[in-house]
Design a protein around this ligand. Structure first.
Ligand code: ATP
Ligand code: MG
Length: 365
């Protein structure tokens, strides 16, 4: 049996990666400058895959750290230092670590080749992190800047509220580093970089990643489905109609359709069946999520699932009794913050097409 050519949920590259040519060339040229980059998008649009592809295909020395995985201040420092050890020789770093104010224990694991690092565990002291950041600066230079990617950057607030201020005060002096801040909590990332009172106000250039355009996604699907079906055109069109070209959900349903095609063969409504199957497999999650909403949330989401008219219009209110436009507006904002809705060219829609489908299906029972 042919291997399923679609992949979702993890970072994609190689044959699973499509398009982004414009973004790649823009980001590449940006990284040649002395500026810092802020890359944002709603969840699962492909930020991590994109940046990893650009960096792994470049000659740059780079570190990638997902702040979501960081537990504490000392863990932040250790994880960064561990990544420095991956790109610089042990001997070169030895002398430099000696000047740290707090000396970490550094053990080279002979089996994995990885370096295990520990500062004083549990300490809230920020000096190790400061020293590690300054070490990166010393290792870089203006002609060969090190790229430091901090993914899910909004999570620094979970670690320590004073962290943003300290990071900014250290990073602003760095000339041998390009920082790349990324985040999927778009509104929070905007708060960090666009709010005047924030330490990171205008620290870098904001770059928003959109969906993959239909004219690029369609051939990607067509080529793969054509290998096993004579119906590649209608399959690809039906898939994109459901997902609206969302990178993750498109790959998810394409994966399911492919499985069904190879196991059960073609049926005219196979894409619809696949969509229902995905909805069913998430029934528990959707139900749990639904129960976290208040009455207005539910009215707005129901209306938005059933109809494409603006939830801020009088017509919407007449149909669904959603109440005053100001209440609906704050609901829309809050649901966008939570990642339930996404805002694209000033209109809102439900992020997850399968959640939308779940809402519709439930009302039909
Ligand atoms: N260029 C691409 N080509 C094809 N599929 C893609 C592409 N980028 C992303 N995807 C799909 O979207 C999924 C999510 O990608 P990725 O994890 O890179 O996004 P993200 O924006 O970093 O997500 P998160 O918000 O969860 O951090 C991938 O598993 C893949 O299915
Ligand atoms: Mg990511």
């Amino acid at each position: 049996m042919k291997e399923n050519p679609f992949k979702f949920g993890t970072v994609v590259d190689g044959q699973y990666f499509t398009d982004r040519e414009d973004e790649i060339s823009k980001i590449r040229s940006f990284l040649e400058s002395s500026n810092h980059l802020i890359l944002i998008s709603p969840r699962r649009f492909g930020k991590t895959s994109l940046i990893k592809k650009i960096l792994s295909e470049s000659e740059y020395r780079y570190l990638y750290l997902d702040i979501q995985l960081i537990i504490s201040e000392d863990d932040f420092a250790s994880q960064l230092l561990r990544r420095i050890y991956r790109i610089f020789p042990f001997q070169k770093l030895k002398g430099k670590i000696k000047s740290f104010r707090l000396i970490p224990s550094v053990i080279l694991n002979p089996v994995t080749g990885e370096t295990e690092i520990a500062f004083k565990p549990g300490s809230k002291d920020l000096t190790p992190l400061e020293d590690v950041l300054n070490l990166i600066e010393k290792l870089g230079s203006e002609s060969a800047r090190i790229k430091v990617v901090l993914d899910e950057f909004q999570d620094i607030f979970r670690i320590n509220h004073g962290l943003a201020r300290m990071l900014r005060s250290v990073m602003q002096n760095h000339k041998g580093v390009n920082y790349i801040f990324m985040g999927s909590s778009e509104s929070m990332i905007r708060e960090i970089f666009e709010k005047r009172s924030s330490p990171f106000y205008r620290f870098g250039t904001l770059f928003t990643l959109g969906k993959i355009p239909e004219e690029k996604f369609r051939p990607f699907l067509l080529k793969r489905f054509a290998e096993i079906s004579g119906e590649a055109v209608s399959l690809s069109d039906a898939i994109l109609k459901i997902t609206g070209c969302h990178p993750y959900y498109t790959q998810q349903i394409a994966f399911t359709v492919w499985e069904m095609l190879t196991l059960q063969g073609y049926k005219p409504d196979i894409v619809e069946i696949a969509a229902d199957e995905i909805v069913r497999s998430h029934d528990n999650d959707f139900e749990r999520l639904w129960n976290t909403f208040n009455r207005t949330d539910m009215l707005v989401l129901t209306g938005m699932s059933m109809n494409d008219i603006s939830p801020l219009s009088d017509e919407f209110n007449k149909l669904y009794g959603s109440g005053a436009a100001s209440t609906v507006f704050s609901t829309l904002k809050r649901l966008t913050m939570k990642g339930i809705l996404i805002k694209e060219s000033s209109s809102y829609h439900i992020d997850d097409p399968f959640f939308r489908r779940w809402i519709i299906l439930r009302r039909q029972i």
